[in-house]
Design a protein around this ligand. Structure first.
Ligand code: PEP
Length: 251
């Protein structure tokens, strides 16, 4: 059966020293606790190797926030999936709305990145979600379906089964505006149905679908209580252990 996952996305926050302190504090806070979810932190590239060496990665999974759409070569400034994997990281966020909006990442490019991530045995945490206008004009179902089909539905069932989906309504990211529990359940159920139409019930039932967008210690319990919400991708509230722990413990 699918896993519950709470994953932090640090974005472009924390120096290396601050990041190590945060990762170690989280590791300590989780040590010996019986949890009902897997915990992951996705950090800036430069933190990955040190963070992997400083935490028990069986307790705190570690991931990158992006990877390149090439494996190696003359791509100055880029970091490839094999490089991410070589640090000990096991996850990679792909298709975050900030990457799509500010760095022009397309579904086609994200398909390539996903291929390369899977080839390096990384678990992609693949983000989809609509902007406010698409929520308001009711096209959001189509929007997420297109994101899924253009980027992911070309993969075999075996490959798709290794991917975690994160539904993140763009209007809720970093805004303090959260989707209501009913809105989250409605679209998560739709995403699962769309996966079922392409890969069958078993794969759909086994796919973890996380919610992201201003999730915090006060709203996590209600959001995670939904049958099709299998955890969260957490930005701001993952930057302090005291704010992240109540979300982890909401399961
Ligand atoms: C995110 O960046 O993936 C996110 C959900 O951010 P926040 O929790 O800050 O809204």
């Amino acid at each position: 059966m699918r896993k519950n996952i709470v994953a932090g996305n640090w974005k472009m926050n924390k120096t290396l020293q601050e990041g190590l302190e945060l990762a170690k504090s989280l590791d300590q806070a989780l040590a010996g606790k019986k949890l009902n979810c897997d915990v992951v932190i996705c950090t800036p590239f430069i933190h990955l190797a040190s963070v992997c060496q400083s935490v028990n990665t069986e307790v705190v999974g570690v991931g990158a926030e992006n990877c390149a759409d090439h494996t190696s070569g003359a791509y100055t400034g880029e970091i490839s999936a094999p490089m991410v994997a070589s640090t000990g990281a096991k996850y990679v966020i792909l298709g975050h709305s900030e990457r799509r909006a500010y760095y022009g990442e397309t579904n086609e490019m994200l398909k390539t990145k996903t291929t390369l991530a899977l080839a390096s045995n990384l678990t992609p945490i693949f983000c989809i979600g609509e902007v406010l206008e698409e929520r308001e004009n009711g096209t959001f179902f189509e929007v997420v379906k297109t994101q899924l089909s253009e980027a992911l539905f070309g993969f075999s069932a075996e490959e798709f089964a290794k991917i975690v989906i994160a539904y993140e309504p763009v209007w809720a990211i970093g805004t303090g505006k959260t989707a209501s529990a009913d809105q989250a359940q409605e679209i998560h159920a739709f995403i699962r149905k769309t996966i079922e139409e392409n890969y069958g019930k078993e794969i759909a039932d086994n796919t973890s679908i996380l919610y992201g967008g201003s999730c915090n210690g006060s709203n996590a319990k209600e959001l995670f209580a939904n049958p099709d919400v299998d955890g969260g991708l957490i930005g701001g509230a993952s930057l302090e252990v005291d704010k992240f722990m109540p979300i982890i413990e909401a399961f």
